[in-house]
Design a protein around this ligand. Structure first.
Ligand code: BEZ
Ligand code: FE
Length: 259
């Protein structure tokens, strides 16, 4: 199929579905003008990336990786920053001296499809703080905290020390938040840790691990939770830290990933 034929198919179909919804729901001129102004407002507020990551990315991810072998991925979202530092033992994500939140260590292995250990695989990790805020996006947080990369050892093992993040709402003060409120929807995402796991000759895995005790696991505004990505932090014997394990299996299919 040519690019023009593909554009004709996709754009034509999306428009046809909008037209069908207008007819089915008997849309008025007042509603059309409200929608038109809202679309303009989203652009002027620079919220198209946010809107698309919240309401559309999960469908693209599940479609593109429908037949993915290995560990499941989920959405990237808008809060990844390239260039996080590579951490050395004890592999603790940068944090403030008085960082709030339960300390947690998570460990596991990165393997290929046949279970072979992947040495030198990279885990790029980032998450919100105990108030649900991301460094680099909320000016009240020091730059670079709760972001870092670790590499696996010869057995494919990794270790990351950090704090348990909190659930958070998508921004509520702009047009995306206004739409969520207008429709009476919840603006919350459950507590999660983002990862991009990559290794040579394997498809990068963009995923999130969801904290089992979090609210909103079954009511995520971004519809990105998968049961297999829920983790269970528990107190570790003889330590103040919580701990959990999670193993990642990377596949060699070369579908394009979002990073
Ligand atoms: C996130 O997981 O960080 C996220 C995803 C979609 C929209 C906003 C945030
Ligand atoms: Fe997030």
């Amino acid at each position: 199929m040519t690019d023009t034929a593909r554009a004709d198919l996709l754009i034509g179909d999306v428009l046809a579905r909008i037209h069908a919804a207008i007819h089915e729901h008997d849309v008025t001129y007042e509603e059309f003008q409200t929608a038109k102004q809202w679309l303009i407002d989203v652009g002027q507020a620079g919220e198209w990336p946010l809107f698309l990551d919240v309401f559309v990315e999960h469908a693209v991810e599940s479609q593109v990786f429908e037949n993915r072998r290995g560990t499941q991925g989920t959405i990237l979202g808008p809060y990844h920053l390239p260039g996080a530092p590579l951490l050395e033992a004890p592999f603790q994500l940068p944090r403030r001296d008085d960082e709030e939140g339960d300390a947690v260590v998570f460990t596991g292995r990165v393997t290929g499809e046949d279970g072979e250990p992947l040495r030198g695989a990279e885990l790029d990790v980032w998450h919100a703080d105990a108030k649900g805020l991301y460094s680099g996006f909320d000016p009240s947080l020091p730059e670079g905290i709760l972001r870092g990369k670790v590499l696996t050892d010869a057995d494919g093992r990794y270790e990351v020390r950090t704090i348990v993040p909190a659930p958070y709402t998508i921004p509520e003060d702009g047009p995306t938040g206004a739409m969520v409120h207008a429709a009476g929807w919840s603006p919350w995402r459950p507590a999660h840790i983002h990862l991009i796991v990559s290794a040579e000759n394997h498809t990068p895995l963009v995923t999130q691990l969801y904290i089992d005790s979090s609210d909103y696991l079954d009511n995520d505004v971004a519809d990105a939770v998968k049961d297999v990505l829920i983790v269970h932090p528990r107190p570790l014997d003889g330590s103040d830290e919580l701990g959990f394990t999670y193993d990642f299996s990377l596949s060699k299919e070369l579908a394009a990933a979002p990073v």
